[in-house]
Design a protein around this ligand. Structure first.
Ligand code: XMP
Length: 516
């Protein structure tokens, strides 16, 4: 399927919290969905020839000065439009409706009555539970509109324009608290936009392989393989597309988990036959880190050393023209501020495994259109072992940021052994897949203990287990006491140099996931 033939739905973002969620819900229905900022030019929108447009929610009031708008030309494209919350209010305001502030903000679940199912609410019960989060609402519409759903406090909870393909919903169909929301979005995609719904990961793989082959030709591609999901999936995808023209470089920085380098070599080289260059740069990294205890300094040293090592190895690969990277969709979405312009928030990219543009390669980013869960699906389809597909995120600077104070070989041994036990027990108990990250941190304090008849004076390990959606916020996980006790016992009994284990019960914010 070529790009031109691919069915696309556009989400126009007005600074909503849920824009990415809307896009994911559309994709779950096998329709490709892309997010554009509300200030996108109409030509850019029209060029995509979308099957449908969804106007997101947003924090502003449509009647406030400077509130984000979209080029009103979109209402004349003849393309079906679904406005959600702010998007509904904006669409109604432009097409003949009045938006006013409610006496109080409506937040949470409420029940709605379907007055007229039209296409959106076809095959649904008359009474629906819907999830609201708004301060304003559409209070009047012209005769050009038909009301579809009403709730006690919002009589116009959903409307349809009689002659233009515009629909609005005041509630949020994208969240799971609106149980029929997925079906409503599906109705929009199939009954209103007439989508074929044929965007699948298998199609994506086939499409992407064609594109990579066309772009790379007979040239050579290098890839920094970290062993994480994203770079692993890119490696497999490129291997399918160009086989031996792909050279993967795996840098062992000496800060990895137990057996990591061995496993990467086994999985990618022995089992899957990829061209893999393993560089053991442990000495170089540890020498450069000697005596450094400042966390940011550690990160910088590791980042620079990685670039040096990678560059030297890549230089040995003759004729390397492209550099492949596992950039994901959330990294490239243009975010919108509450005022509708480009977002002022600066994303902190602390991806130490990143490589600078000055390396002189052309970038190849085959999964830059995908969300993480889609990348995982591709991994499964391409034969990446389950354990790799569901691996927790591991920071580029590795164990160096889980060992407070200077990095040393003996401390690395202690932390590696404790980390191994944590991961092993999380797997055994079935908790590994239920949490975002679970790991050990080696604290630079010694405490007194007693083992047998002997007094000990040894280090402390902190356990960190968190739940998160995107690492921006995180909650500590209430692991069962017996599991915590078991992990603690094993660490104290099996890891020489540790006589105490504590559990980190802080959430992010105000703490961070890693301790450094
Ligand atoms: P924090 O500690 O900032 O971590 O709450 C958020 C997520 O990012 C990971 N992390 C890093 N990843 N290089 C990386 O590639 C880094 O320097 C780094 N620092 C933190 C962390 O594991 C968590 O998933």
């Amino acid at each position: 399927m070529t790009e031109a033939k691919r069915e696309t739905v556009i989400v126009i973002d007005f600074g909503a919290q849920y824009s990415q969620l809307i896009a994911r819900r559309v994709r779950e229905n096998h329709v490709y969905c892309t997010i554009l900022p509300c200030y996108a030019k109409i030509e850019r929108i029209a060029e995509i020839a979308p099957k449908g447009i969804i106007l997101s929610g947003g924090p502003a009031s449509v009647y406030a000065p400077g509130a984000p708008r979209v080029d009103e030309g979109i209402f004349k494209l003849g393309v079906p439009i679904l406005g959600i919350c702010y998007g509904m209010q904006l669409g109604c305001q432009v097409l003949g409706g009045k938006v006013t502030a409610a006496k109080s903000r409506e937040y949470g679940r409420t029940s709605g009555t379907v007055i007229d199912p039209a296409e959106l609410f076809a095959d649904m019960p008359k009474e629906l539970t819907v999830w609201m989060s708004h301060g304003d609402s559409v209070t009047e519409v012209s005769d050009d509109f038909r009301p579809l759903v009403s709730t006690a406090s919002t009589p116009l909870a959903s409307v349809k324009h009689k002659t233009l393909p515009f629909y609005g919903v005041q509630f949020h169909p994208e969240v799971t608290h609106t149980p029929k929301g997925t079906q409503m979005l599906k109705n929009f995609l199939t009954r209103v936009c007439a989508c074929r719904c044929d965007w699948t990961m298998s199609n994506f793989i086939a499409e992407s392989i064609d594109q990579v082959r066309a772009r790379v030709g007979k040239d050579t591609v290098v890839l920094g393989l970290s062993g994480g999901v994203d770079s692993s999936v890119v490696a497999l995808l490129l291997h399918r597309a160009i086989g031996p023209q792909l050279h993967c470089i795996f840098v062992d920085n000496g800060l990895l988990r137990k057996d990591e380098a061995k496993n990467v070599a086994r999985n990618f080289n022995t089992a899957l036959g990829l061209n893999l260059h393993v560089v053991d740069a442990t000495d170089q990294f540890l020498d450069n880190l000697a005596g450094v205890d400042d966390p940011e300094k550690k990160r910088r040293i590791i980042g620079h050393t990685f670039i040096d090592v990678f560059k030297a190895e890549a230089a040995k690969i003759k004729g390397a023209k492209f550099l492949a990277q596992g950039t994901l969709y959330p990294d490239v979405i243009e975010s919108v501020s509450a005022k509708g312009g480009p977002s002022a928030t600066i994303k902190t990219h602390h991806n130490v495994g990143g490589l600078p543009a000055e390396l002189g390669f052309e970038l190849l980013e085959p999964v830059r259109e995908l969300f993480k869960d889609e990348v995982r699906q591709i991994g499964l389809e391409l034969g990446l072992p389950e354990a790799q597909v569901w691996r927790h995120p591991f920071p580029g600077p590795g164990l160096a940021v889980r060992m407070l104070g200077p990095v040393s070989r003996p401390a690395l041994e202690v932390l590696r052994a404790a980390d191994w036990i944590v991961v092993e027990e999380m797997h055994k108990s079935g908790w590994y897949r239920k949490v975002w990250q679970a790991f050990a941190v080696l604290l630079p304090v010694r405490t007194v203990g007693v083992m047998g008849d002997e007094r000990t004076y040894e280090n402390v390990i902190a356990l960190r287990v968190v739940q998160s959606e995107d690492a921006m916020t995180a909650d500590w996980v209430q692991l069962p006491y017996d599991l915590l006790g078991h992990i603690s016992n094993r660490i104290i009994n099996e890891v020489k140099g540790v006589n105490r284990v504590v559990y980190d019960i802080s959430s992010k914010p105000p703490s961070t996931i890693e301790w450094e």
